[in-house]
Ligand binder design. Structure first.
Ligand SMILES: Cc1cc2nc3c(=O)[nH]c(=O)nc-3n(C[C@H](O)[C@H](O)[C@H](O)COP(=O)(O)O)c2cc1C
Length: 372
């Protein structure tokens, strides 16, 4: 393990030092002016915790549950595309990291490994499959069938892309995914592997989907269907009407619509609309155990991290990603003890107070780095 790592921002610095400018911008960057990217980190910091004293909690447990299945910690690995650009072992290493801590890894449609490869690389690991439906419905159905056949427990339909957001770092760097770094789903759709831009991969996807298609996808999936990318109560209500098993509140980590509402802001209205009928997960800007506490106190069942796990993979392979997941778990455990609750499920609105308008910090500003 690289010496001197204390928190996620140390891993971010190490990853950004190691990556070439193209991948560095792709993995760390966001859309447009990156207002939503920065605010997504800052919005969790806009809440203050109200700890209770002398509650007699000796050693809190971080254990949680999603869809009736236990998790050692309410922290999952978000789908992140093209992980072989982070590390030669890519998604297979990420799957091993998630399996080592016993949590779920969500595999992207735009992965550099097939669902079967990932399942084989992490025996006993738990996986969900993130879906971007292709224009070619045969490719979509084959992907879902492979994932569910390989034991993936849920399908996550991402609804905030395509099209891809305006990622200006990628334009400046001329970022492409080389043909040698194969994307099996894209190769299936194109009939072979070649160098592609992010926009070219999104061009292969079906842009005509509506909520009416969701029930059909749920029926085809053969596993519980989550929708990922919901940020309004209205869309949460539509998702429920169309039979989803769960909702992931997400703005794609600030990579799609810049000036999009942050997920910390969106979460309460969605929790209210869902009224515990299905699990509500959230991602975007989670960098600390106390961020997880805020999300859970606002009503989320669990959170996901995208970039932190990706930075871990870039910095030190599977061990680096595992370090990130274990560090966030440790931070959560200590925060639960200091708040005075025995489990994550005990967190509620009574543990929060809004700090009012706060300065927006980027993760790296918090850690004193100027690399952001
Ligand atoms: C480099 C990168 C690639 C991503 N690729 C995908 C993807 O293929 N599918 C998807 O649904 N979300 C994708 N996301 C979004 C993540 O799943 C997640 O919503 C986001 O990263 C959460 O914010 P965080 O990075 O601050 O944790 C990607 C995010 C990043 C940073």
């Amino acid at each position: 393990m690289p010496e001197g790592w204390v928190n996620v921002f140390d891993v971010q610095r190490e990853a950004e030092r190691k990556l070439e400018p193209g991948p560095r911008g792709y993995f760390s960057g966001g859309a447009g002016d990156e207002v939503t990217l920065r605010e997504s980190v800052g919005a969790w910091q806009g809440w203050r915790l109200r700890p209770r004293m002398l509650t007699g909690v000796e050693a809190p447990s971080t254990a949680a549950e999603v869809l009736g299945k236990p998790l050692p910690v309410p922290l999952l690995v978000a789908p992140v595309a093209y992980q072989r650009l982070l590390h030669p072992e890519g998604e297979k290493a990420m799957a091993r990291a998630a399996a080592a801590v016993g949590t779920v890894m969500c595999l992207s449609t735009l992965a550099n490994a097939t669902p079967a490869d990932v399942a084989a690389a992490a025996p006993g690991g738990r996986h969900w499959f993130q879906l971007y439906p292709f224009r070619d419905g045969g490719v979509t159905r084959a992907l879902m069938a492979e994932a569910v056949g390989a034991g993936f427990e849920a399908v996550v339909l991402t609804v905030d892309a395509p099209p891809g957001g305006s990622r200006e770092r990628d334009v400046r760097s001329g970022f492409t995914i080389p043909g040698a770094v194969e994307i099996p789903s894209v190769a299936a759709a194109l009939g072979g592997s070649r160098t592609v831009t992010v926009a070219e991969t999104f061009d292969l996807m079906d842009l005509t989907l509506t909520w009416d298609d969701v029930a059909g996808i749920a029926a085809d999936a053969g596993a519980p269907l989550f929708v990922k990318g919901v940020v309004t109560a209205e869309d949460a209500a539509l998702a429920l009407e169309h039979g989803v098993a769960g909702i992931i509140v997400s703005n794609h980590g600030g990579r799609q619509l810049d000036r999009c509402v942050t997920t910390a802001e969106a979460l309460p209205e969605i929790v209210e609309a869902v009224a515990r009928r299905v699990p509500v997960l959230v991602d975007g800007g989670i960098r600390r155990g106390v961020d997880i506490c805020v999300a859970l106190a606002l009503g989320a069942d669990a959170v996901l991290v995208g970039r932190p796990a990706a930075w871990g993979l870039a910095a030190d392979g599977a061990a680096g990603a595992e370090w990130v997941l274990r560090t966030l778990t440790r931070e959560l455990e200590l925060a639960l003890a200091l708040i005075g609750v025995a489990t994550p499920a005990e967190l509620g609105p009574e543990h929060l107070r809004s700090a009012g308008p706060t300065r927006v910090y980027s993760g790296a500003e918090v850690s004193g780095s100027s690399s952001f």
